[in-house]
Design a protein around this ligand. Structure first.
Ligand SMILES: [Fe+2]
Length: 361
């Protein structure tokens, strides 16, 4: 599989990944022949890049961080929880949350196991989800990333479980925000943004009185938009006043938000998302957490075309798990832009060679 920009796909290309619509239904099935009309449909949906199959890269596989089965179970269970909370009166929310506590614990345990078993660094680019289902897919991605950061920072099992729950439920307050504001494709007005911000306090109020959830989980909902330099919300907390778990979730949250396909803006590639986090490190994010994140996520995912510092070009074939920015590359062009008989270069043992550019062919 090869990762390409939707603006440069040739008609007749074979789609390498399934594109889901709201509610998890399929918009375009993996293996489909992309006609010019389907390509423009992808562009209209705001999809910036997709995987396609071709002869030269057919042996390159991209394994998602967690299985499709677990993703489905996790998002369904979150959806159920969010819907039940929305339907119930504030008073009985506590009951709804109690009922779901065990299944959340199980799901987090299984995500942790699947991440640990995964032989490559994490990539979540294989699935594209649009519109309504976004909040659940987003919450799940944030959970996967947050747990990966937590594991890298050597949190213990109980801490990881709380961090996972905090990540799954960080946006639960959004169930009480007007959907017209949540799904507004344009920039929010000042008043709308003030309303949007209240999802943090609403989430906190929902979670804090529930004995099945330790107070740190409620604080994840409360503080995940706070920033180290005090520019966040709702309280403008600074530095150590922000719980470390909320800080981890903010790193995961920002990364997933900027690298996801959304109708109203272009999705960044993982290395661009990381650069953005680095530019905010120290001021907004804890550098140790950004570093921990970089060590767990595929900076250059399989199938992406890259240029090296000696101008050779190639396609990423495999990840080196603990050297996430130094994958294995199949060289396809020499430094003079001439096609060559493909051969591989493993950047984990060629430390003088670096990736300088990503090209979406
Ligand atoms: Fe949020």
């Amino acid at each position: 599989m090869r990762l390409v920009s939707t603006t440069s796909i040739q008609a007749g290309a074979i789609l390498g990944q399934t594109i889901y619509r709201d509610n998890g239904t399929v918009l375009l099935q993996k293996g489909m022949n992309l006609t010019a009309r389907l390509v423009s449909r992808l562009q209209d949906q705001g999809i910036t890049y997709v995987y396609i199959e071709d002869e030269a890269t057919k042996d390159i596989v991209v394994k998602s961080a967690i299985s499709e089965k677990l993703r489905h179970e996790a998002t369904s269970s979150m959806k159920q929880l969010f819907t039940d909370v929305r339907k119930s009166e504030m008073l009985s929310n506590s009951f709804v949350l109690d009922k779901e506590a065990k299944s959340l614990t199980d799901i987090i345990q299984r995500i942790m196991e699947e991440i640990n078993d995964h032989e490559e660094s994490l990539t979540l680019l294989t699935d594209v989800y649009l519109t309504d289902d976004y909040i659940f897919q987003h919450s799940l991605n944030v959970t996967i990333y947050a747990l990966a950061i937590g594991a890298e920072l050597k949190l213990n099992a109980k801490e990881l479980s709380d961090l996972g729950k905090g990540a799954m439920l960080h946006d639960i307050g959004k169930v009480f925000i007007d959907p017209n504001i949540l799904q507004k494709p344009d920039k929010l007005t000042k008043k709308e943004f003030e309303i949007m911000k209240t999802h943090t306090t609403i989430g906190y109020d929902l979670l804090r009185q529930n004995y099945n959830y330790s107070s740190v989980i409620a604080h994840c909902a409360y503080q995940h938009h706070e920033r180290l330099n005090g520019t966040g919300y709702p309280r403008g907390l600074e530095g150590k006043d922000i719980h470390p778990f909320a800080q981890i979730i903010s790193v995961a949250d920002v990364f997933d938000a900027v690298t996801s396909n959304r109708v109203y803006r272009k999705a960044m590639l993982p290395h661009e998302g990381l650069e953005l986090l680095y530019s905010g490190a120290v001021d907004q994010f804890d550098i140790k957490m950004v570093e921990a994140f970089k060590n767990s996520v595929a900076v250059y995912p399989n199938g992406i075309t890259v240029e090296l510092n000696d101008q050779r070009q190639g396609v990423v074939v495999r990840q080196n798990k603990h050297l996430c920015d130094r994958p294995v590359i199949r060289i396809i062009k020499d430094g003079m832009n001439n096609p060559v008989e493909p051969y591989t270069v493993d950047l984990s043992n060629q430390l003088n060679i670096t990736i300088t550019k990503c090209n979406l062919g």
